[in-house]
Design a protein. Structure first.
Length: 347
């Protein structure tokens, strides 16, 4: 089945099942490690999961250090939309202004533009980011046609986003001190504090390469390592108190937010158990688009089922309307097979 069509069907079923949350049985898991998190948020109709997951990872990192921060996803999203509008301008409106991205892009945006606390800047309740993107593309195309230049474009873009999302604070006030967003951003996430890891065989291990993903709009690189190394790094990070930002395939039949579970189907599990080379199986799925880059979450715990099967606990950004209050239990095999990349503390 075409994965786009499948995702649409799953989404419709999700909304239907969420209305019947009380009828969804809650499976029992034993949590071995569970890191602290900020409350589960809801990305609504936006596609900024890559921003939500990366900022959630940074928030947990601070909570585990005894510090409390709650960061504004909408600020980072706004910075991306402003940058994307510039790109659309230079393409004379050909290049789309959209929300798609990958987690390393959020780190680049935070390093470049900083961040605001959630309390200082967040969207109005009625914002439709799809409409915002379409209007920004029109602004960019008209500006290019009239040859307005960047100064006029940036002003029009800023004025439009002020009206659609919210007015932008110029400074961050925290604990009696005044910061610029960049200064505050660098205080909560230092440059090169995190590293992106991936695992595919069409590039050499031990080297960085630009991930060939449609959403990798700024050509971010990830360090290529064997899948066993990547899985071990996830484990050691979480057990040491460091969350992991996970990006991968969530359009599989075994992934259900309504049930709070992500697991391979019986056929997929059989193929994995019989495979002589897990890397070859992962590579084949990636090259044939059976493993796609769909969603981003924060991994912040490790658990097991009553039968001893290992799971990772993930914080999602689709609200709290599932049996685990918006969290997911993702099986070790699912993570092994369906991971596109992870972002871990650079130690």
């Amino acid at each position: 089945m075409n994965k786009t069509i499948y995702y649409t069907i799953v989404t419709l079923l999700l909304f239907s099942s969420c209305a019947k949350k009380h009828n969804v049985p809650k499976r029992i898991f034993v949590d071995e490690v569970r890191l602290e998190t900020t409350p589960v948020k809801n990305q609504g109709n936006s596609q900024f999961c890559w921003v939500y997951a990366m900022l959630a990872t940074i928030e947990t990192e601070h909570l585990m250090q005894g510090d409390s921060v709650c960061l504004s996803e909408d600020y980072v999203a706004r910075m991306w939309l402003q940058q994307a509008t510039r790109d659309s301008y230079f393409s004379k409106g050909v290049k789309m202004v959209d929300m798609r991205g990958i987690a390393p892009m959020a780190l680049r945006l935070l390093d470049t533009y900083g961040v605001e606390p959630y309390a200082s800047f967040h969207q109005r309740e009625d914002v439709n980011y799809h409409v915002v993107c379409n209007k920004l593309r029109v602004i960019a195309r008209n500006a290019a046609h009239r040859q307005w230049g960047l100064q006029r474009l940036d002003k029009d873009t800023g004025d439009f986003l002020d009206g659609e999302i919210d007015f932008m604070p110029r400074f961050v006030f925290m604990a009696g001190a005044e910061y610029t967003p960049v200064e505050f951003g660098h205080s909560v996430c230092r440059p090169r504090e995190y590293v992106a890891l991936t695992s595919f065989t069409h590039h050499p291990f031990g080297q960085e390469f630009v991930l060939e993903l449609p959403d990798n709009q700024t050509r971010e690189k990830a360090l290529n390592v064997p899948i066993d190394t990547l899985m071990q790094r996830i484990d050691t990070s979480i057990r040491a108190g460091h969350p992991v930002c996970w990006e991968g395939d969530t359009t599989e039949p075994g992934y259900s937010f309504a049930w709070g579970i992500a697991a391979l189907t019986k056929q997929q599990a059989r193929e994995l158990s019989q495979a002589k080379d897990t890397m070859a199986l992962r590579q084949q799925a990636f090259e044939r688009f059976a493993t796609t880059d769909d969603h981003c979450l924060e991994l912040m715990g490790i658990a097991h089922s009553p039968r001893g099967k290992k799971y990772y606990i993930a914080k999602n950004s689709w609200g709290d309307n599932n049996p685990y209050g918006g969290f997911m239990y993702m099986s070790e095999d699912y993570i092994r097979m369906k991971t596109i990349l992870v972002i871990v503390k650079n130690e």
